[in-house]
Design a protein. Structure first.
Length: 132
């Protein structure tokens, strides 16, 4: 028998920022052993840069649930884990960033400079108790 896998799916109602800015959202956390993987598709209907273009303010996408949170083993030097963002669009025509936060927030933060589908993925180590 292999390592138990636990899956937590997300939808539009799991968004913690202003839901009116998001046309579609689907995500999933997958826990296998001490490793968590996160995959999501976000389709904003407006650029998601809190404070406007030129500002680095991010959009609070979703909470990282108990059982999937980043380990606190490294909190003296690693506060966040960068997540990859890709988009089916011509290079140089868009910008986006995403990261998983640990320092007391346990949120996925996201920003983008344009609309339509953005695909997010990443992984991290957790020492949370296994979710039921």
């Amino acid at each position: 028998k292999g390592i138990e896998k636990v899956v937590k799916k997300l939808g539009i109602n799991d968004i913690i920022g202003d839901k009116s800015k998001i046309k579609e959202f689907d995500g999933v956390f997958i826990r296998s052993g001490e490793r968590v993987e996160f995959f999501a598709r976000v389709n904003p209907n407006t650029p998601l840069i809190e404070g406007g273009v030129g500002n680095t303010g991010s959009f609070e996408l979703c909470n990282i649930p108990l059982g999937f949170r980043l380990s606190n083993d490294f909190d003296d030097f690693v506060w966040n884990v960068s997540l990859s963002v890709s988009k089916f669009a011509k290079s140089g025509t868009w910008s986006a960033d995403c990261f998983a936060e640990r320092k007391g927030t346990n949120k996925v933060q996201f920003f983008c400079t344009n609309t339509s589908n953005h695909y997010i993925s990443g992984a991290w180590y957790t020492n949370d108790k296994y979710p039921s």
